[in-house]
Design a protein around this ligand. Structure first.
Ligand SMILES: [Zn+2]
Length: 111
């Protein structure tokens, strides 16, 4: 997998989190303009992501607020577990998508 999928996935999660927030606010009785536009943008983005990856993301999002999290200083920012050095070396190259063995979240490297 290339960096492109990773970027798309991160954008998708950003939109999902925005939609979630908007829906929370709507529950309080406020109407949010742009929420339906967000949903349309979400669908368009989702179509560009390869299917197995998208399913994996959706499954994770079913149980976790964030399915994809950054790794900083070799630490998964989802569960704060240090990742193995070999994984970090490959992860930084950004050529493959790794999963945290502890929390199952998909990882991307910030540094
Ligand atoms: Zn983790």
């Amino acid at each position: 997998m290339g960096n492109k999928d990773l970027e798309l996935l991160i954008s998708l999660q950003d939109i999902d989190l925005m939609i979630e927030e908007a829906e929370e606010v709507e529950k309080l009785g406020f109407s949010i303009t742009g929420c339906s536009e967000l949903k349309i943008a979400r669908e368009e983005l989702a179509e560009k992501i390869n299917k197995p990856l998208l399913y994996r993301y959706e499954r994770l999002r079913g149980k976790l607020k964030r399915a994809i999290v950054p790794v900083k200083n070799d630490i998964c920012l989802g569960c704060f577990l240090r990742q193995p050095t070999s994984v970090c070396a490959q992860g930084r190259e950004g050529l493959d998508l790794f999963t945290c063995e502890n929390c199952g979240r998909m990882l991307y490297w910030l540094d």
